[in-house]
Design a protein around this ligand. Structure first.
Ligand SMILES: NC(=O)c1ccc[n+]([C@@H]2O[C@H](COP(=O)([O-])OP(=O)(O)OC[C@H]3O[C@@H](n4cnc5c(N)ncnc54)[C@H](OP(=O)(O)O)[C@@H]3O)[C@@H](O)[C@H]2O)c1
Length: 256
């Protein structure tokens, strides 16, 4: 059994998950990397001195199988990061039905299945932590990514619910709501017009903030912090947000 604290990171083959694996490994964590692209996982695991498992988090049986294999090696897991996610880039009306199902299965249910499968190992390691990487898009519904926004809103509700439920077990839950981040799956700089491109950050920025938030025991993190304006605007002035997202300009742009 490893002496190092063990972190399981889903969606670790690129973007935020990959950056997080480097950040955690640099801080001494043993990272177990989960995703579907084996070549990527193998290379990153070798680089960070970690392990990997090929796993489609939308497939509940696969998650249970992989979790059993990981827990057999590491009975106590100190950190689970539910980060795997895919974009929607379509509306509820235009998206193929299969895409809506897939976005829901991966972005929302994937984290649910992973949490349930790894929970006994998280309890063994208590105090331990779960990080759910949701999105600001879960707090403001954008029509051109309706299915994505809905999956992220569900993920936020899931995360907040288990945050309270798992507290007595010594398992802390952090809900992360990143703004625009430049990654393979979400090439934001090419999509966002003009000055909005300036709002995009790199995955390393998000990874550093997640590690800091876990260490300080935070429950929610909107990052970069200025994106709180969007979430607070939705609560306080839903009519204004409705006007903005209903403009022809917004309806003509693909987003997440
Ligand atoms: N980039 C942004 O602007 C942004 C903003 C807010 C929130 N987020 C969230 O941040 C998370 C990470 O996204 P990212 O921006 O880093 O994008 P990314 O670079 O495309 O990374 C997504 C990761 O999820 C994995 N993945 C996708 N489907 C999977 C599945 N069915 N099973 C297992 N792994 C799967 C991918 O690996 P494989 O393809 O190898 O499986 C990849 O490692 C997502 O949850 C996303 O919604 C992103």
């Amino acid at each position: 059994m490893s002496e190092r604290r063990v972190a399981v990171i889903t969606g670790a083959s690129s973007g935020i998950g990959e950056a997080l694996a480097r950040e955690l490994a640099g801080a001494g964590w043993l990272c177990v990397l989960l995703a579907r692209r084996e070549e990527r996982l193998r290379a990153l695991a070798a680089e960070v001195g970690g392990e990997y498992e090929v796993c489609d988090v939308g497939d509940r049986e696969a998650v249970n199988r992989v979790a059993a294999a990981v827990v057999a090696r590491h009975p106590a897991i100190h950190l689970l990061v539910n980060n795997a996610g895919i974009p929607g880039r379509a509306t509820f009306v235009s998206a193929p039905a299969e895409r809506i199902e897939e976005v829901t299965a991966v972005n929302f249910l994937g984290g649910v299945w992973c949490l349930r499968a790894f929970l006994p190992a998280l309890e063994r390691a208590a105090p331990s932590s779960v990080v759910n990487v949701a999105s600001v898009a879960g707090t403001v519904a954008v029509p051109t990514s309706g299915p994505y926004s809905a999956s992220k809103a569900a993920q936020i509700a899931f995360s907040r619910a288990v945050c309270a439920e798992l507290k007595p077990m010594g398992v802390r839950v952090l809900t992360v709501m990143p703004g625009f981040v430049e990654t393979e799956g979400f090439p934001q700089r090419g999509f966002l017009p003009g000055l909005m491109g300036q709002l995009v950050v790199d995955p390393q920025y998000i990874a550093k903030r997640i590690v800091k938030a876990v260490a300080s025991g935070r429950r929610e993190l909107t990052t970069p912090a200025w994106y709180r304006v969007a979430s607070i605007g939705q609560w306080l002035m839903p009519w204004l947000v409705h006007r903005i997202v209903s403009t022809r300009f917004m309806l003509s742009r693909e987003s997440f």
